[in-house]
Design a protein around this ligand. Structure first.
Ligand SMILES: NC(=O)c1ccc[n+]([C@@H]2O[C@H](COP(=O)([O-])OP(=O)(O)OC[C@H]3O[C@@H](n4cnc5c(N)ncnc54)[C@H](OP(=O)(O)O)[C@@H]3O)[C@@H](O)[C@H]2O)c1
Length: 149
């Protein structure tokens, strides 16, 4: 059964409920609003997993890219995941503190940032048949190491 929720909707099947909350990751106030809704749904529990999947891709080349497109790509693909991680960090830390799991684990607390081979400097020569300059640049930062929360 699908029912509306502030900022989204939820789907229930028996005792299982899946809630969907919309947020523009390029809009800091929308992120804060989403955190409040998620916090309410968690009912005092922490958040185990944040997946930063939202991303945009424009077929621009070195000849056609402009500053507006670069800023647009960075806002969604680089700054958005950073703001999401920052805003959801207290809930993730709460889940990590309350977990008995040892080491790194998605069932404890984790952030997964969806990267792309296009963001790999090492592999540029294999994929440059698609220049997508703004996408590549805005995704490079994601190829970082895992750090414990
Ligand atoms: N497809 C590939 O071959 C491939 C390869 C490697 C990595 N990836 C990465 O995988 C992720 C998903 O890609 P995809 O191929 O599934 O792309 P997609 O079909 O275009 O989906 C992207 C999703 O991001 C959402 N989104 C875009 N801007 C947003 C914003 N500002 N705030 C919130 N949501 C936003 C879109 O929502 P709306 O539909 O509402 O706009 C859409 O649901 C991306 O991070 C991409 O870089 C994809």
């Amino acid at each position: 059964m699908k029912t509306p929720l502030p900022g989204g909707y939820q789907v229930s099947h028996g005792s299982q409920t899946l809630s969907f909350v919309s947020a523009d990751v390029a809009d800091p106030s929308a992120i804060i609003n989403a955190v409040k809704i998620v916090e309410g749904k968690l009912n005092g529990a922490g958040l185990n997993l944040l997946i930063n999947n939202a991303g945009i891709y424009a077929p621009v080349t070195l000849e056609t890219v402009d500053s507006e497109e670069m800023i647009r790509a960075y806002k969604t693909n680089a700054v958005g995941p950073l703001l999401m991680a920052q805003a959801f960090l207290p809930l993730l830390k709460k889940a990590a503190r309350e977990s008995t799991d040892k080491g790194l684990s998605c069932s404890k607390a984790a952030i997964i940032n969806i990267s792309t081979i296009m963001g790999s400097i090492e592999k540029t020569s294999e994929s440059f048949f698609k220049p997508v300059i703004s996408y590549r640049c805005s995704k490079v930062w994601r190829l970082g190491p895992c750090l414990p929360l």
